[in-house]
Design a protein around this ligand. Structure first.
Ligand SMILES: Nc1ncnc2c1ncn2[C@@H]1O[C@H](COP(=O)(O)OP(=O)(O)O)[C@@H](O)[C@H]1O
Ligand SMILES: [Mg+2]
Length: 273
């Protein structure tokens, strides 16, 4: 029996450590020998082309898939994430891309949906207060917690989904493409929210296709390619380095375009300085 660890780990200490995680689906190797560390108060971006294994890795950490081999340490102890409830119980929360919110229910109802075992579940007033407090702490822009989800913007929905996962006091939160469907202002709102979550001392894993968002918020960028680790970068890595690592090519049409654009920007700022 693994001892539960409930205190928040010290900032910078490793919360999660994956060693040589592999996952096969029959003859398909979705993940091969993946190493990954996530520290308290850190945002790790997981990037890679379609089929790189990002979703499979998230599902392994969410307890949806069992790894074929390898070990997972959580707060220094080897753990087995053999079900989604086990992952949640340990403190690994996941916001899947579809958010799974109920359109016709209001913000409070959505926040507490599926948390029926929580002490607030039957007390409407306590739930509303808790909802307000949390959203305020997150500096979330939700006009009223009694508003139905259907009337909220994409950014506000993402906020509600993230807030909901925080109610279980996780130590790690995983976000799958949190800005994929959002405009510029809403994206900024969600990136701010991710920073608030990091300030609370959580480890954040964000999957994103948007390199601008990744650079804006990530402390480390972990590249997967064909189910393997293919490099770890700091957010100031060049687009060319990142794209090369993601695609496996040293030069391709995407990196050439990005470099051309970066070159134009540099010329402009150089001229103005
Ligand atoms: N349930 C599954 N059964 C069989 N193959 C799968 C399954 N899930 C993912 N795969 C395969 O694993 C590889 C990685 O997929 P995935 O994790 O979805 O990548 P990504 O999220 O980076 O696009 C792909 O080749 C995919 O076809
Ligand atoms: Mg995926």
């Amino acid at each position: 029996m693994v001892r539960e660890v409930s205190a928040m780990p010290e900032k910078g200490s490793a919360i999660l450590r994956l060693s040589r995680i592999s996952k096969n689906f029959g003859a398909v190797s979705a993940l091969t020998d993946i190493d990954l560390e996530v520290h308290a108060g850190e945002v790790v971006a997981l990037v890679g082309d379609n089929g790189a294994g990002k979703s499979t890795l998230v599902k392994v950490l969410a307890g949806v898939h069992q790894p074929s081999s390898g070990t997972i340490e959580f707060c220094g102890q080897q753990v087995s994430l053999d079900s989604p409830s086990r992952a949640l119980e340990l403190g690994i929360a996941t916001v899947f891309q579809d958010l799974a919110l109920c359109e016709n229910l209001d913000v409070v109802a959505n926040l507490f949906l599926g948390h029926e075992l929580s002490p607030w579940s039957l007390d409407e007033v306590a739930m509303e207060v808790r909802a307000w407090t949390l959203l305020k702490e997150l500096a979330a822009r939700i006009p009223s917690v009694r508003q139905p989800i259907a009337s909220l913007s994409g950014g506000q929905r993402q906020t509600v989904a993230i807030a909901r996962s925080l109610l279980l006091n996780p130590k790690i939160i995983m976000l799958d493409e949190p800005t994929a469907a959002l405009g510029v202002a809403q994206t900024a709102e969600v990136l701010n929210l991710i920073e608030r979550v990091r300030e609370r001392g959580l480890g954040v894993i964000i999957i994103s296709h948007n390199m601008e968002d990744v650079r804006a918020v990530a402390d480390r960028i972990v590249v997967l390619r064909l189910g393997r680790n293919n490099g770890i970068f700091s957010p100031d890595a060049s687009n060319q380095e990142l794209v090369a690592s993601i695609t496996g090519a040293t030069e391709n049409s995407v990196s050439r375009r990005l470099d051309r654009k970066a070159g134009q920007h540099n010329d402009l700022s150089g001229g103005a300085a």
